[in-house]
Design a protein around this ligand. Structure first.
Ligand code: 6PG
Length: 466
């Protein structure tokens, strides 16, 4: 029997779609799924449903599955991130040979990926942590792939990954080797942090527009934006969502206002805190989801609120420009997080190349991401680019007036406010951090430096001394 080119473990939504994608691109694929926990029929159903694909072989025995794959084996694990990945790795190790490549395509934490890279290297096995974005549809037709880890392993799987990935505007694969260790999963995590903030901005835009418009009207406004430099996949799907009806009702109006999350947004924020990066927008988006989950409390407290008659009329053009402003800051913060991580871990991340592979296939693909490829070729960050800086200066007024409008109407506008606040602080010469330093020195003798002191010496004052 001909051996398969690649093996895939885990026939969840993403695993199924990737298997079909690989088979369609001409690869012979072996698939494996566990049979416990009510999953006894997963493999047989999948093979039956897709019998037109002649080159997909199904297995429920890990040993037979591994034996069916051509060496050096390429094995793609598509299971829930966490301890399950370690458990599968332990089962695989005795069945694999030196030089085989194990790819983890889940949303694993980058520090777990780092450990697994070293652990498998000790067994002579290449481990690649590959961020995958694009959801079910992307996985089926062309996802964005962010592989990091063992470079020799990446070279073995590159032709496969490049073939199944989305293609950019120059028909180049939206797949590139990111760097060593957990860097692939790191940038997928940041992708999701940016994704959280982009989604939250749209939710806040929706909330503001709802103060004076119906769903169809809101969709119309956003469609206008879609025809500009603001176009993005997330804006596009938001318009479709706004228009979706179920008989008399808009589906959106029937959905409970409690947002879920699987962790990558909060990981980004925690990591930013550890690395000293400022990611107020993605953090505000994570907290907005948390706040939404306290539905019962919100319902109780809201009864005590007697709304004032709001003042001010909505300027849609200002809101559009505020959105333009906030998106730039969101991307700036996300890419700064990657830049700082790159220094910390010596990954030598190519930020322009990351922007390039994010132009198609992934959830945060957008017109702005296209523009970012060029901007980040020349400059280390968005704020370091004069045209971007000038644009933000120019957009200060509309974001200010949009914030006032939202406040006047008691609409939570935290992601927008975070964007504006970051901009104010980053463009302020004198911050009140001198008082923080004095307070630290007062109660803890932590010392402080002096303005204009080229020696950079640290000083202490006896604050209570007369
Ligand atoms: C992607 C998405 C995806 C993400 C889920 C859920 O790039 O395809 O980012 O990987 O994990 O959409 O994320 P939350 O449940 O945390 O919102």
């Amino acid at each position: 029997m001909d051996k398969s080119d690649v093996g895939l473990i885990g026939l969840g939504v993403m695993g199924k779609s990737l298997s079909l994608n690989m088979a369609e691109k001409g690869f012979k694929v072996s698939v494996y799924n566990r049979t416990d926990g009510g999953e006894a029929q997963v493999v047989s159903h999948f093979i039956k449903e897709n019998r037109s694909f002649k080159h997909i072989l199904g297995f429920t025995q890990l040993h037979d599955f591994v034996a069916s794959i051509e060496r050096p084996r390429k094995l793609l694990i598509m299971i829930k991130a966490g301890t399950a990945v370690d458990a599968v790795i332990e089962l695989l190790i005795p069945l694999l040979d030196e030089g085989d490549v194990v790819i983890d395509g889940g949303n694993s934490h980058y520090l777990d990926t780092l450990k697994r890279c070293h652990y498998l290297a000790d067994h002579g096995i290449y481990f690649v942590g590959c961020g995958i974005s694009g959801g079910e549809a992307g996985a089926r037709t062309g996802p964005c792939l962010m592989p990091g880890g063992a470079y020799e392993g990446y070279q073995i799987i590159a032709p496969l990954l490049e073939k199944i990935s989305a293609k950019d505007s120059r028909n180049q694969p939206c797949c590139a080797y990111i760097g060593k260790d957990g860097s692939g999963h790191f940038i997928k995590m940041v992708h999701n942090g940016i994704e959280y903030a982009e989604m939250q901005l749209l939710a806040e835009v929706y909330a503001v527009l709802k103060t004076s418009m119906q769903s169809e009207e809101i969709a119309e406004v956003l469609s206008g934006w879609l025809a500009t430099d603001l176009s993005s996949y997330l804006l596009d799907i938001t318009i479709t969502i706004l228009k979706k009806r179920d008989g008399e009702h808009y589906v959106l109006d029937t959905i409970l206002d409690q947002a879920g999350q699987k962790g990558t947004g909060s990981w980004s924020s925690k990591t930013a805190l550890d690395l000293g990066a400022v990611t107020t927008m993605m953090s505000s988006a994570v907290f907005a989801r948390y706040v939404s989950s306290f539905k019962a409390q919100r319902e109780t407290f809201s009864k005590a609120i007697v709304p004032e008659t709001p003042t001010g009329t909505l300027d849609v053009e200002h809101l559009e420009n505020a959105y333009r402003f906030a998106r730039i800051i969101n991307h700036h913060q996300g890419f700064e997080l990657m830049r700082l991580a790159s220094v910390e871990y010596d990954w030598q991340l190519d930020l322009s190349e990351i922007a390039r592979i994010w132009t198609q296939g992934c959830i945060i693909r957008s017109h702005f991401m296209e523009a970012s490829v060029e901007i980040l070729k020349d400059k280390p960050s968005f704020l370091a680019s004069s045209p971007i800086f000038e644009k933000l200066l120019h957009l200060e007024r509309p974001i200010k007036t949009s914030i006032f409008y939202a406040l006047n109407h008691r609409v939570g506008f935290d992601a927008f406010w975070s964007a504006y606040h970051y901009w104010i602080s980053m463009t302020t010469r004198e911050l009140p951090a001198n008082l923080i330093q004095a307070q630290r020195d007062f109660f803890g003798a932590h010392t402080y430096q002096l303005k204009g002191d080229s020696s950079s010496e640290y000083y202490h004052t006896n604050w209570n001394e007369a």
